[in-house]
Design a protein around this ligand. Structure first.
Ligand SMILES: [Zn+2]
Length: 57
């Protein structure tokens, strides 16, 4: 199953008010980043980054 990647959250976004914590992508709204994380990153990568971040703080 191929999920479509929202064009809104890309490195070419007009505004990087909200940045993806896992890559250099940015978007204009938190919802766009939310969708980007769901579609563009594996769940394991998101969880791994989350645990690593918690461990560092
Ligand atoms: Zn990303």
């Amino acid at each position: 199953m191929q999920a479509s990647i929202p064009e809104r959250a890309t490195e070419a976004a007009k505004s990087h008010a909200y940045g993806c914590p896992l890559c250099n992508c940015g978007a204009d709204s938190e919802d766009d980043i939310y969708c980007h994380l769901l579609v563009s990153h594996r769940k394991s990568a998101v969880v791994g980054a989350l645990l690593e971040r918690v461990g560092n703080e």
